[in-house]
Design a protein around this ligand. Sequence first.
Ligand code: NCD
Length: 352
Amino acid sequence: MRHIIDLCDLTEKEFSDLYKLTTNIIDRPEGYTDACRGKVLGSLFYEPSTRTNLSFSTAMMRLGGSVVGFSDPGSSSTTKGETLKDTINMVSSYADLIVMRNPREGAAKAASLYSSVPVINAGDGGHLHPTQTLTDMVTILRYRGSADDMKIGLCGDLKYGRTVHSLLHFLERYHNVQIYLISPDVLALPDYMVQFLKAHNMPFCQARSIEEVLPELDVLYMTRIQRERFSSAQEYENLEGNYQLTAEKMKRAKRDMLVLHPLPRVDEIAQDVDDDPRAVYFRQARFGMFGRMALLLTLSKLPFVRAGYQDIGAHGVRCTNPKCITHSEAYLPLEGTAGARCPYCDAPLEAL
Ligand code: NCD
């Protein structure tokens, strides 16, 4: 365990140890107030964030460590034209751990090549968001004991929602998980994720409304329609307000169904659902902070080996994803064959 680009970077044993540590911290937080004393977290947020940014900072402070960084790229040297490589090289010579959110897909993986400390992906475009998955898993495991034998509905923006992509990646580890994909066609799961589900024999079906599948579900994972990822305002406005959960609809759900949401919520969950004991999204956000404490503590103790890289630039291929980090940071090593997955963002590669 070195960098956390995807939560699947952890082995089953490592994840189970991390979960155990998280529950110990939840139950006895006072035992950890000095656990990271003297450690510094470099926090690089190139994209807006409230929960992830604040919960990482709070997590480090609750462990007795401190935080440096920015939450607005306008206040970093990126505006002066500095490459990601140079920023990471520099910050990793100051800090003991780096947490980074970046709108470019594959940015965290790219950063990890140039870092002399562990890099934690706090979201790379629409790609992955492993610490949200940690948050989601801690919540599911705390309330259900296990993620096996579970019917989970994922509703809303399955196209741009990196939290959904990350969670589906991780659920591959569990048995008998049935997936219900609830979204309009334009926000359906990207093809590479559909291929992932098929390749791993994860049973899934598509639904056009929450009502259609609600009575079946053990967990309903709601997501926000991500306005910032649309190319036009009109495209967004056509969808806003669809796929909403209300107290009325909740009457048809199982008595112990859990409603999760990575937050921020806009109007996809009506305010009248908040008092329902099955609505656990605010508790989920708090569990996320404890999960991040466990992750920071674990990574800060592990021996670290810097990734080796020899190559510079692309060799015969390029990534087909226009949002991939390889398009803005041209020095990144990139090789492979046409049709293979991009090592940064998972999209297919094409011949140059
Ligand atoms: C999400 C994100 O940023 O991916 N929020 C979060 O990290 N808690 C989801 C979103 O922005 O809709």
